[in-house]
Design a protein around this ligand. Structure first.
Ligand SMILES: Cc1cc2nc3c(=O)[nH]c(=O)nc-3n(C[C@H](O)[C@H](O)[C@H](O)COP(=O)(O)OP(=O)(O)OC[C@H]3O[C@@H](n4cnc5c(N)ncnc54)[C@H](O)[C@@H]3O)c2cc1C
Length: 273
């Protein structure tokens, strides 16, 4: 009996989440026509796409938000939608940057990588999402990500830097397999030199001989070490955590942080799939 009640509750909560998401998206911004104005290969399977939205003078958004693209890959409209975090920071223009990894067999990314070319129109809606910076940055920030999960954090750190926003330590812990999969490596290393208290930890799971400033293994070891180095006695350093990327990494990081003693309200998640 208890199991049946649990299953019913789960089904109900899924329904609520689905309805809320669909309604939120419908109530929000209108669909707009965007135009691809630049495409650059960042790695062999990751591209940066710049999209201009000519019908607005400025495309306003908060760092960390995403847009939803309506791609001509299915007859049913909700099966055509794919969301992408905005990787650029708001700069008063009507141009945004997305960074997208190609998923083998993925309908949306196969379309974008095959058909995407400068001048192509793409329907988009947004900005959407609440994965955004806290109002005041009075605690250390840990931005933990793998692959293109770095997109919202790139937006946030550039925003903090260009607006001189006071902050405690800001750490990006970025994981990928090899050096060839690095995203925004030089740019973020450069920002690390310019912005006091900003630290970038590129972490590679399949590399051993790495230059200084790079780490081997998985992201988890890196933030666990950083946190334990900042502990005073048994006291955890106050911090806000933002986790972004694919489910396995995000779930594991959240569980580890909760196990360490951090409150769930200080752990913010953006799941890509
Ligand atoms: C809020 C939000 C923001 C996102 N931002 C980005 C972004 O900035 N950059 C980006 O590249 N992607 C991002 N994504 C993921 C993106 O929306 C698509 O899911 C992804 O591009 C795959 O789409 P597809 O049509 O090619 O694959 P589909 O045909 O939809 O995928 C088929 C299956 O593969 C699974 N899958 C999708 N991606 C992966 C993966 N990488 N590894 C393992 N399994 C996967 C899906 O869950 C699905 O079951 C974001 C997702 C969300 C919800």
């Amino acid at each position: 009996m208890a199991i049946i009640i649990l299953i019913k509750r789960l089904l109900l909560s899924f329904r609520i989440i689905n309805i809320t998401l669909a309604e939120t998206i419908d109530m929000q911004e209108p669909w707009r026509i965007g135009k691809l104005i630049r495409i650059v290969d960042e790695t062999p399977n990751t591209k940066r796409f710049w999209i201009e939205i000519p019908e607005v003078e400025q495309f306003n958004f908060e760092p960390g938000q995403f847009v939803t693209l309506d791609l001509p890959i299915h007859e049913q409209k909700n099966k055509r939608w794919r969301s992408y975090s905005i990787a650029s920071s708001p700069d008063g223009t009507n141009i945004i940057e997305l960074i997208i990894v190609r998923l083998e067999g993925g309908l949306g990314t196969s379309y974008l990588f095959k058909e995407g070319e400068v001048g192509m129109e793409v329907m988009l809606r947004g900005p959407i999402g609440k994965f955004t910076l806290p109002e005041t940055l009075d605690k250390d920030l840990y931005f933990i990500c793998t692959g293109t999960g770095i997109a919202p954090f790139r937006s946030m750190v550039h925003y903090i830097h260009s607006h001189n926003i006071p902050h405690k330590k800001v750490n990006i812990i970025f994981g990928c397999r090899t050096m060839d999969d690095s995203l925004y490596l030089d740019e973020l290393k450069h920002l690390e030199q310019e912005e006091p208290n900003f630290f970038f930890f590129p972490t590679y799971s399949r590399e051993t001989n790495l230059p200084e400033g790079c780490h081997t293994g998985y992201v988890h070891k890196v933030y666990e070490t950083l946190i334990s180095n900042c502990k005073t006695g048994d006291c955890l350093p106050p911090a806000n955590f933002f986790l972004c990327g694919w489910k396995n990494m995000v779930d594991e990081a959240r569980d580890k942080l909760v196990c360490m003693g951090y409150d769930k309200k200080d752990i913010h998640l953006e799941l890509y799939g």
